[in-house]
Write a protein that binds this ligand. Structure first.
Ligand code: HEC
Ligand code: HEC
Ligand code: HEC
Ligand code: HEC
Ligand code: HEC
Length: 242
């Protein structure tokens, strides 16, 4: 009985924690409520973000976009269009630091609030500099996705910009430097020589020569037999003539 009450108590406490956790999050994030309601392209970020590592760690929309997620929306279906516009303007207001779509240096600052070391590593790399300088380098979200940030598959994610991705799995894409390029060419040379050796397994180089001597032996053996048979034939014919 004692265990039963303890279990029941634990269950109630746990479900209360779960319930308040969910409702607190649902209530405070005006961004999620409205963007989900809007549907289509404007709801896609919410769909992707839900279940992501960021969402699981409580990294909400406003931590990247700024704005005020605590605006009270009420029942969004019952808002008049002016009320709707008012809620939107308050949630997405510049006075609350709303920045829209972060890009360039601003994107690095946003991610850098929590991933300082990773951002520094990338900002100092050849591709990071090519991104900041507007020279076609990939932004963080090209590799990691925008709203469901994951560790990308290398070299798949690179092949959109690089034709030859040989050896890309063996370098760190976040810190490509002059020494990485040198390392990469060493890896490429090593892989190329392994490939040429790999395509002709150890027994193959000797095989054609073996075949040659075997054929020579076979032909020679055949010739001896043929000569022997001809000899026999001549002998038989000569014997018959006698
Ligand atoms: C009441 C509705 C509403 C709320 C609340 C709301 N949004 Fe929006 N949001 C919109 C609409 C409508 C658009 C598209 C039209 C526009 O850009 O004005 C939009 C566009 C955006 C864009 C794209 C801007 C661009 O430059 O393309 C971002 C980013 C965004 N919202 C983030 C947020 C964030 C973060 C929050 C919460 C802090 C939030 N929104 C709250 C309605 C809302
Ligand atoms: C980890 C940071 C981060 C979080 C969290 C985040 N966003 Fe974004 N969001 C971005 C970035 C970066 C872009 C710009 C993408 C680009 O330039 O391609 C963006 C773009 C957008 C856009 C423009 C359309 C698009 O898909 O590019 C909208 C709308 C938007 N976000 C809404 C939201 C909403 C709503 C949430 C919360 C559910 C949210 N974002 C959470 C980083 C984030
Ligand atoms: C407010 C803090 C915060 C911001 C801003 C933020 N992140 Fe994160 N990020 C986290 C946390 C917390 C985790 C999960 C724990 C971890 O792995 O570090 C995470 C995880 C990640 C991961 C997964 C790492 C792994 O090991 O799987 C990637 C990739 C990532 N973030 C990229 C970004 C990018 C790109 C941006 C900017 C657009 C960004 N984050 C902005 C806090 C943040
Ligand atoms: C060219 C693709 C690419 C770009 C661009 C890129 N990353 Fe990464 N990132 C990776 C790969 C691959 C890994 C996993 C291997 C590793 O740790 O280097 C990674 C790892 C991470 C991690 C996990 C922790 C760590 O440092 O290893 C975080 C966080 C992260 N990146 C954030 C960012 C941010 C923020 C940006 C932009 C400033 C960015 N990345 C740009 C490919 C990229
Ligand atoms: C959006 C396009 C883009 C994507 C995606 C991309 N790169 Fe790059 N990368 C570039 C550009 C542009 C340069 C040249 C920068 C310069 O020379 O200033 C470059 C240069 C490099 C270099 C050094 C020189 C070279 O060409 O070999 C390496 C190595 C490299 N990238 C590896 C990767 C890896 C690994 C990935 C995937 C994880 C990747 N890149 C994804 C655009 C991209």
């Amino acid at each position: 009985m004692n265990t039963f009450f303890r279990m029941a108590f634990l269950t109630i406490v746990l479900s209360l924690i779960a319930a308040t956790g969910v409702s607190a999050q649902e209530k405070t994030i005006a961004c999620v409520i409205c963007h989900e309601y809007l549907g289509g392209e404007l709801a896609r970020p919410v769909k992707e973000w839900k279940g992501s590592l960021h969402q699981q760690n409580g990294i909400t929309c406003d931590l990247c976009h700024g704005g005020d997620p605590a605006v009270d929306i009420g029942n969004i279906r019952q808002l008049s269009s002016s009320q709707f516009a008012d809620r939107q303007a308050r949630a997405m207001s510049k006075s609350h630091g709303f920045i829209g779509k972060p890009a360039g240096k601003q994107l690095f600052d946003v991610c850098g609030r929590c991933h300082e070391a990773s951002v520094d590593r990338y900002a100092g790399s050849i591709m990071g500099k090519a991104y900041l300088g507007g020279k076609g380098g990939p932004s963080c979200v090209v590799c990691h996705g925008t709203h469901n940030n994951v560790i990308p598959q290398v070299p798949k994610v690179c092949s959109g910009c690089h034709k030859d991705t040989t050896g890309f799995e063996q370098i760190d894409p976040m810190s490509v430097s002059e020494s990485t390029i040198a390392e990469l060419s060493r890896i490429k040379i090593k892989l190329a020589s392994e490939k040429t050796r790999g395509a002709r397994p150890a027994f193959l180089p000797e095989f054609p020569e073996d075949l040659g001597s075997f054929q020579i032996g076979f032909v020679a053996f055949g010739a001896v037999i043929a000569l022997f048979l001809i000899g026999c034939l001549i002998y038989v014919i000569l014997e018959k003539r006698r």
